[in-house]
Ligand binder design. Sequence first.
Ligand SMILES: Nc1nc2c(ncn2[C@@H]2O[C@H](COP(=O)(O)OP(=O)(O)OP(=O)(O)O)[C@@H](O)[C@H]2O)c(=O)[nH]1
Ligand SMILES: [Mg+2]
Length: 197
Amino acid sequence: MGSVLSTPKTFELLIIGLDDAGKTSLVNRLKRRELPRGVLPTTTPTTGFTRETISHGQHSVTILEYSGSEKMRPLWRSCFWNAHAFVFLIDAAAPARFPEAKEELIQLIKATSDLYPILILANKVDLPGAVELSTIEEVFGVLGLRAAKSDRKIALKGISAMTGEGVDEALDWLAANLSHQVISEINEAKKQVEQSR
Ligand SMILES: Nc1nc2c(ncn2[C@@H]2O[C@H](COP(=O)(O)OP(=O)(O)OP(=O)(O)O)[C@@H](O)[C@H]2O)c(=O)[nH]1
Ligand SMILES: [Mg+2]
């Protein structure tokens, strides 16, 4: 695990994405790494948000997972300032919902400054109907999004909350792309928002 070699970081991660993308399942996998491949606790749709703190190597990550239902999305949009980094989760096996997911992703990119890394995760790669990562990259125009905002740290990776595939690598990427300096800058900005409330 690459993160074991880096200095400890403490950060808050917002996990968002459409309903049914697998956000709660990903949090469950992160909380319980010992779960065997293919075993996932049963979930029900998240009603508001959940908050969990996990360890990853030397890092401490507080994860906020928001309901993806359409009527709850304004809640996550109002909490962007509260995070250091974002995971945008896509259901790789639900291509009919890619346009709706892309709209939300674009809103996230527009609403947040270049300081914040965004990791787009295509979940459920274990399913036979999962769309290839290269196709998802094309449909979501990830390279274009990166080029338009060249300083922005944006990446796309495939994962499965069901098998655990790609989950450690995702957290490694987030820890590696969030410098101590950026964490301090964001902490300062958060303090100002909190004071002005
Ligand atoms: N095959 C497979 N199914 C998954 C995976 N991740 C989640 N699921 C299933 O997808 C469904 C939705 O998962 P949730 O984790 O509840 O989805 P969510 O994104 O939290 O949904 P909301 O809270 O409503 O926004 C459940 O039936 C999960 O078992 C995965 O990696 N592979
Ligand atoms: Mg959920």
